[in-house]
Design a binder for this molecule. Structure first.
Ligand SMILES: Nc1ncnc2c1ncn2[C@@H]1O[C@H](COP(=O)(O)OP(=O)(O)OP(=O)(O)O)[C@@H](O)[C@H]1O
Length: 236
């Protein structure tokens, strides 16, 4: 679904991503992990188009359509192709109701999505009962649900989640894991997940990509993500 080849990215003079290769396969959940500051969010921002890349290629492959070069596709164009992103900082409108937040997110989609799909309230029944409440009145966990629901209203093909469990308690983390598994296994959504919690990664992901100082130092089936690999690479 998405192929990155030899991607390099700089912040000014600082070389952050180094010749990075990554392959996202349709229907799989791939987790990017690594210690803080290793380039995970930078990588996601290059994929979504919020950051320019210096060199390399990022190609979108959708069955039956010609491959699309994302480096010449702006952020809105990537959303229209079917890419949806939940950033670390929840991007919701605190003055608008839950329902208005979802309605506005629909505008980012393509022709297919005109109403809030029933799947969204099925996954997040709490949002339905709170649909008239303002975003700013919700607890942090429900705001995170709303941020994810906003990303789903356009019925994306690729969902990108940057540390969806950050700052949450065990109960929420468990529920978030269930939702990601349902999205991936029941709805067939391709998922790119940035995450640090190993138990969570092993529960939800099919594949992993381990970043160290902007380089992809290990990748493969999540069963290969063993303690030795983690001890070697998860320290700053
Ligand atoms: N806007 C920026 N300008 C300059 N340098 C930046 C900027 N954002 C990030 N960096 C640097 O780029 C490197 C990679 O940061 P990035 O946020 O991608 O790491 P990360 O793996 O996502 O970290 P974390 O787990 O803490 O979110 C770090 O050294 C960071 O200091």
């Amino acid at each position: 679904m998405l192929s990155l080849r030899a991607v390099n990215q700089f912040y000014g003079e600082n070389h952050i991503l180094w010749n990075l290769d990554l392959e996202l396969t349709k229907g799989e959940c791939t987790c990017v992990l690594g210690a803080p500051g290793m380039g995970k969010t930078t990588l996601v921002n290059c994929i979504t188009g919020y950051l320019p890349v210096q060199s390399g290629s990022i190609i979108w492959n959708d069955a039956g359509r010609p491959p699309q070069d994302l480096l010449v596709t702006p952020v809105e164009g990537r959303a229209a192709l079917g890419m949806s992103y939940v950033a670390q900082e929840r991007r919701i409108f605190s003055q608008l109701s839950v329902e208005e937040n979802l309605q506005i997110a629909l505008l980012a989609g393509n022709e297919r999505a005109r109403t809030i799909p029933s799947m969204v309230y099925d996954l997040f029944p709490a949002l339905y009962s709170m649909r008239h409440m303002r975003g700013g009145e919700l607890t942090g966990d429900v705001q995170q649900q709303l941020a994810l629901a906003r990303a789903l209203v356009t019925e994306p093909k690729l969902l990108i989640l940057d540390e969806p469990t950050l700052g949450s308690g065990q109960r929420f983390i468990h529920d978030m894991g269930n939702i990601i598994r349902r999205l991936n296994r029941d709805f067939g959504l391709t998922i790119l997940l940035v995450e640090q919690r190993l138990s969570f990664i092993r529960r939800v992901a099919d594949r992993f990509c381990l970043l160290h100082r902007g380089r992809n130092v290990a990748q493969g089936n999540v069963a290969l993500l063993d303690d030795k690999l983690v001890a070697n690479w998860m320290t700053p």
